[in-house]
Design a protein. Structure first.
Length: 317
């Protein structure tokens, strides 16, 4: 495949979204599971499906349908096991179906080991992994919302959605000097967050995942007008993917909010960006108005293949 080529399967990709818990229940416990999805692969193939977007299936207290991840590298017991997920990858690929996992990079569950460590009053490697104020009495800075008094740490943590979803620290594009707790994107904490994001993606790609749908992709870097630093972050990830996983096309889907609050036509675009075998500098995304219905349209922008799906499939935060 040449540097400008589009993977053939993605040219005619038909995505099917599956919430594991509401799909086929293989063991009669009342909750859908990964073995149940495997049992329905022939049915999906008969429908003409050749790509599956699998909603969160990782360890979680499920206070937000799995979008509160407590372990990115372990399948939730109610959904199955890691071995079941690998078997799904293998059985699906035999039917020319690619499995794309849900990636929730913006926040974790309060039960995640990273956050539990970050809550401690003594500094440690995870102290700056989340966004914390300097004091529990610090009101924070709008538009971010904060929870205080949660732990022994003297500080309040930022949330992306519910109280149980503390925001990971990817830094601030424009740190406000009035708030000393706001860190730049190249500070050690944000750099560590990006490094762990790559580790999570690498873990599942090596096991057979075809790619990821990225939840709240535009929300990672805070105070980021025009999402410039956020785009740089995803360009960095894209470049790493091109080098680390050149053997197969990988898909990254994400909710990209661009423009400003008054620019409604550019809000909530869903972008599907494709890896290529030979890396070149290219933008991850482009701000463009999209039609209200989901439809795939292939085009080339600055020598990079870009696929767009119109309209937000899910508004989160």
């Amino acid at each position: 495949m040449g540097p400008d080529a589009t993977p053939e399967w993605l040219d005619n990709a038909v995505f099917y979204q599956i919430y594991p818990q509401s799909y086929y229940d293989s063991n009669g416990d009342g909750i859908g599971d990964i073995p149940g999805i495997i049992q329905k692969l022939d049915y999906l193939s008969e429908l003409g499906v050749n790509a599956v977007w699998l909603n969160p299936c990782f360890v979680s207290p499920f206070q937000d349908a799995g979008y509160d991840v407590a372990d990115y590298c372990k399948v939730a017991p109610r959904d199955g096991t890691n071995a079941d997920l690998v078997r799904l990858f293998e059985q699906a690929r035999r039917r020319d179906i690619r499995i794309c996992l849900e990636l929730v990079p913006g926040h974790t569950s309060v039960e995640h080991d990273w956050f539990q460590a970050s809550c401690r009053h003594r500094r440690n490697r995870y102290s700056d992994r989340y966004i914390w104020t300097r004091s529990v009495w610090d009101p924070g800075a709008p538009p971010l919302r904060f929870v205080n008094g949660y732990s022994e740490r003297d500080g309040a943590y930022a949330i992306n959605f519910f109280y149980c979803q503390p925001a990971l620290n990817y830094g601030f594009a424009r740190p406000d000097p009035a708030y000393s707790w706001q860190q730049s994107t190249d500070a050690p904490g944000p750099r560590a967050a990006r490094a762990d994001l790559r580790k999570i993606m690498d873990f599942w790609l090596r096991k057979g995942a075809a790619g990821f749908r990225v939840d709240m992709a535009s929300s990672l870097v805070k105070n980021d007008p025009g999402h410039r630093k956020t785009i740089e972050l995803w360009q960095e990830i894209r470049s790493w993917l091109d080098q680390r996983h050149p053997e197969a096309a990988q898909v990254v889907l994400g909710d990209l909010q661009v423009g400003n609050a008054a620019d409604d036509a550019h809000q909530g675009a869903l972008v599907v960006e494709v890896a290529r075998q030979n890396p070149e500098p290219h933008p991850v995304c482009e701000a463009r108005p999209l039609p209200p219905l989901a439809q795939f349209a292939a085009e080339r922008i600055d020598r990079a293949p870009l696929f767009e799906v119109g309209g937000p499939l899910q508004q989160r935060g």
